[in-house]
Structures are given as structure tokens and as C-alpha cells.
Write a protein that binds this ligand. Sequence first.
Ligand code: FMN
Length: 181
Amino acid sequence: MRLEGKHIILGITGSIAAYKAALLIRLFRKEGAEVQVIMTPAAKEFITPLTLATLSQKPVISEFFAQADGSWNSHVDLGLWADLMIVAPASASTIAKMAHGVADNMLITTYMSMKAPTMVAPAMDLDMFAHHTTQRNLKILQEDACPIIEPQSGFLASGLEGKGRMEEPEAILEHVVAFLK
Ligand SMILES: Cc1cc2nc3c(=O)[nH]c(=O)nc-3n(C[C@H](O)[C@H](O)[C@H](O)COP(=O)(O)O)c2cc1C
């Protein structure tokens, strides 16, 4: 098991590729890692917290606090717990927020509290990926020492073909294992 004892925060954003995050959790767990999922509110439209909580065997974190009882999630504790954060899939919006410190959800506040590195696996349509704002924001993240796992070219959920498909979960696992070595 190549990730034995590692603590991984998996950030999931509002992209069709969110279904691949379920496979990623299984792969990380099979390699011995503990996985804490943090979803943006938009991500919940694409895959259910129930699926992700079941696969990770931990309640999914998404909101800052629970309306019902006022209990709240500590991004600071999460930042101390993790050996790695990986945002997969990373939407254009989340990449922009990470690059500019727009801390308006749990995923970004946790990213900004991380003591360990954060990897980013972008997923979006070819035009959004090629757009100068996305490219500029990815450059900022790279300069901020966030490794970027390049998306692949191929058929996109929009029906178009081009670069923007999130890297496959098995390949992301290999990037993570190599990075943490
Ligand atoms: C069907 C559908 C698919 C989408 N797929 C993507 C995507 O792959 N990448 C992306 O950057 N945005 C995508 N979006 C737009 C995002 O969901 C939207 O920008 C959202 O605000 C992202 O929020 P988040 O980054 O906080 O999760 C999609 C929207 C819809 C309706």
C-alpha cells in the first residue's frame, strides 16, 4: 500500500467530472490513505454527499456550519490534519478563487489553511480551459507551488472535442504517489 497512513483532503467542485472523484476515493483508500472529502455547494448538484461519505467512510464537509445546531467545521484543523490536498475536479471558478484567495466556501478556506501542498486537476470545456483567465490563474497556482495535473484532450461532456478532460483517476493516483514519495 503506497499511501499507508497518509491523510488526503479531496476537494470536489461543480463539474461533470465529479463522478470520477468517487473512483479516486476508492483508489486512495485501497492504497491505505484516509480521505476527507470537501465539496463546494455546486459539486453537490453533480454527485451526492451520501455516495462520497460511504466510499470515504467519513462525513463529507461542505458548509461552514450546520444551520440546525450551530456546529461548525474547522478549516484550520483540516489544514493541520492533511498530508496533501488535491482538488479534483477543479473548476475554472475554484481555480480562480484559489489563485486570488476568494475564501467564500469550505474548500477555499481549507486550501488557504493548508500546511501541506495542494495539487490541482482541472476539468472544463476546451474554451474555458484555453481562456486567458484560466491560463493566467493556473500560472499563479503553479507559482504558488501547487502542482497542476494537466487535463487530457478528447471527448468532453459538452459533445465538443479538445483539451479539458480531467485526467483519469488511475493516472491521478500515480501523480499523487510520486509527489508524496
Ligand atoms: C452541466 C454543467 C457542467 C459543468 N461542468 C463544468 C466543468 O467541467 N468545469 C467548470 O469549470 N465548470 C463547469 N460548470 C460550471 C460550474 O458548475 C460553475 O462555474 C460553478 O459555479 C462552479 O462552482 P465551484 O467551483 O464552487 O464548484 C458546469 C455547469 C453545468 C451546468
